[in-house]
Ligand binder design. Sequence first.
Ligand SMILES: Cc1cc2nc3c(=O)[nH]c(=O)nc-3n(C[C@H](O)[C@H](O)[C@H](O)COP(=O)(O)OP(=O)(O)OC[C@H]3O[C@@H](n4cnc5c(N)ncnc54)[C@H](O)[C@@H]3O)c2cc1C
Ligand SMILES: O=C([O-])CC(=O)C(=O)O
Length: 338
Amino acid sequence: MKSVRVVVVGAGVIGFSTAVCIAEALPFCSVTVLAETFSPNTTSDGAAGILFAAEFPDIPLERQKRWFKDSFDHLLAIAVSEQSPDAGVMLSSGWQIFKEIPAKKKPFWSEFVIGFRSMTDRELKRFPDHKFGQAFTTLKCECSSYLPWLEKRFRKAGGKVEQRKVNNLQELSNSFDIIVNCSGLGSKMLVGDTEVYSVRGQVLKVEAPWLQHFIRDGDGKTYIYPGTQSITIGGTRQEGDWRLQVDEGDTKGILERCSRLEPSLSKGKVISTWVGLRPSRKNPRVEREVVQLRSCRVPVVHNYGHGGWGVTLAWGTGLDALGLVRQCLHEMPLQAKL
Ligand SMILES: Cc1cc2nc3c(=O)[nH]c(=O)nc-3n(C[C@H](O)[C@H](O)[C@H](O)COP(=O)(O)OP(=O)(O)OC[C@H]3O[C@@H](n4cnc5c(N)ncnc54)[C@H](O)[C@@H]3O)c2cc1C
Ligand SMILES: O=C([O-])CC(=O)C(=O)O
């Protein structure tokens, strides 16, 4: 019998990755994913889903490396298997280019992607405004396919799902023994975190099947990512902006900037425009605490605040959250575990 009841709040890429990690590793736990929105209506669904990351200032680099490597290895195994089209995970090669030479020419994740190297002068010639570039093969994980695929895997491991908004953690204290908070921006309200904020991002989907390589400006505001069905081009990074509606000025700016890097985009057909709010924080919160909820003390594991890198870090931080759930189990009274 499954005796420990775990609830994961959130059905984005962080929630479902974490839920799968827990349900598969701890078969004596009953795991429920509870969320207000599910695919295709989460932030994760619209993310370009490319794997690379910026460095967080206060998380030990070794931990960030582990998050990246665990995610990369997990998704690479899917990308080279027959599951690749169902899961929406593929290899993706291209260039990140810089107008000024960056302080660190090799990011912390360069050893985990495939074939990382500096671009040659010959390769850089087509980008006359840029002085430096990196060429590598990484992965692209399209959450509109990956989330349904993960949900299937979760249900296969015995997981349950329920759609509803959680107004406060007290609501969960009678029905669950451990709460795992993967509510992204929702953590502002749910756990009163004043450090979590929105960074608005707008992207366009374009039909341009002749484009095969990604191009990203190192400033993070202009990128072109070929995918399975279309090309995602972007973007914007508007801090503290909570607008979900499309901004026509942003659309124009994205088309102009991306066409400067890839002139043939002017022949592409815009299929759709999408806005998402990155659940941002100075550092993601992957930690546990014990919270007093009415008369009970309930262990809570947090896993949110991944900003623009949630797809990249989901599996790695999901495994860390699993480790934190294990620690909660060790500290629980014996009768709850039987
Ligand atoms: C334009 C854009 C492009 C991006 N591109 C990339 C990329 O290329 N690579 C990359 O790694 N990342 C990218 N990201 C970032 C990525 O999308 C996020 O980091 C990631 O989606 C965060 O996942 P999440 O599960 O934390 O949040 P979400 O996907 O927002 O999921 C949060 C979940 O919590 C639920 N929830 C919240 N509050 C409550 C509540 N009170 N009760 C019940 N449920 C609740 C929601 O309903 C939802 O199910 C991009 C983001 C944007 C906007
Ligand atoms: O920055 C990128 O290249 C894509 C991304 O993660 C984002 O827009 O958040």
